[in-house]
Design a protein around this ligand. Structure first.
Ligand code: KIV
Ligand code: NA
Length: 265
């Protein structure tokens, strides 16, 4: 199989082929997504929410992200794997940022890292890229800053924040990022940014003009039906299916119909 690299993604943007990306946090799902032909698997710090049950992405640690990344990498043979740098592992200074990025690469076997922010983290991005580690940026609704934003509402609707986002996108490209996630911003702004950059944008709640799309696996598979933002297209209702299956299983145990004779030795 031909492996997806950061260069593949650049070529896809140039040729107009949209990039497909999904999150994964473990071996079994990563293997399914890879076999289905996904281009990029993101070990998102959304693991903090969907795997660990935290309310925000703030508490997850570098060690925990590395564990999820190790599990995912074992399931991948074709896709590009990006790993989120968790909150606290890169914001203090570029020495700490570089050390954290190196740990993720060495200990997990992942191919690239992702981190949130623009101008504030651009020095760290430069140093990480200089060390040979490809970096994916992340602008717009950056969930590690939820306590600054106060809400998960759409970002950059106002001129000032939109202008900063456009500047940040240019800075990230100049610093050497190979792609940028645009989360929950107006489609018109995402279109403008995507057209102004040579590197691909990957959108979530950022309209159809990004160069790719990403969703959290638990959201698109309908594992948690309480989370239904407008941008989410739900491809399965696993909550319903899993609940039904487990109820049947419980019923079969209670009634004594499981196991049958043919299921016994
Ligand atoms: O952590 C995550 O799942 C993400 C995607 C939503 C882009 O950062
Ligand atoms: Na994330």
């Amino acid at each position: 199989i031909k492996k997806v690299t950061t260069h593949t993604l650049l070529r896809m943007k140039a040729s107009g082929e949209n990039i497909s990306m999904i999150t994964a946090y473990d071996f079994s799902f990563a293997r399914l997504f890879d076999a289905a032909g996904i281009d990029v698997v993101l070990v998102g710090d959304s693991a903090s929410n969907v795997m660990a049950g935290h309310e925000t992405t703030v508490p997850i640690t570098l060690e925990q992200m590395i564990y999820h990344a190790q599990c995912v990498v074992r399931g991948i043979s074709r896709a590009l794997v990006a790993v989120d740098m968790p909150f606290g592992s890169y914001q203090s200074n570029s020495d700490i940022a570089l050390a954290s990025a190196i740990r993720i690469m060495k200990e997990s076997g992942a191919h690239t890292i992702k981190l949130e922010g623009g101008e504030e983290v651009v020095d760290s991005i430069r140093r990480i890229v200089s060390a040979g580690i490809p970096v994916m940026g992340h602008l717009g609704l950056t969930p590690q800053s939820i306590y600054k934003f106060g809400t998960y509402a759409v970002r950059a609707k106002e001129e000032l924040e939109a202008e900063k986002l456009k500047r940040d996108a240019q800075l990230l490209q100049e610093a050497g990022c190979y792609a940028i996630v645009l989360e929950k911003i107006p489609a018109s702004l995402a279109k403008e940014v995507s057209e102004s950059l040579s590197i691909p944008t990957i959108g979530i709640g950022a309209g159809s003009h990004c160069n790719g799309q990403v969703l959290v696996m638990h959201d698109m598979l309908g594992i948690n039906n309480e989370f239904k933002p407008r941008f989410l297209r739900q491809y399965l209702n696993l909550q319903e299916q899993v609940t039904g299956a487990v109820k049947q299983y419980i019923g079969d145990i209670k009634s004594g119909s499981f196991p049958s004779e043919s299921e016994s030795y």
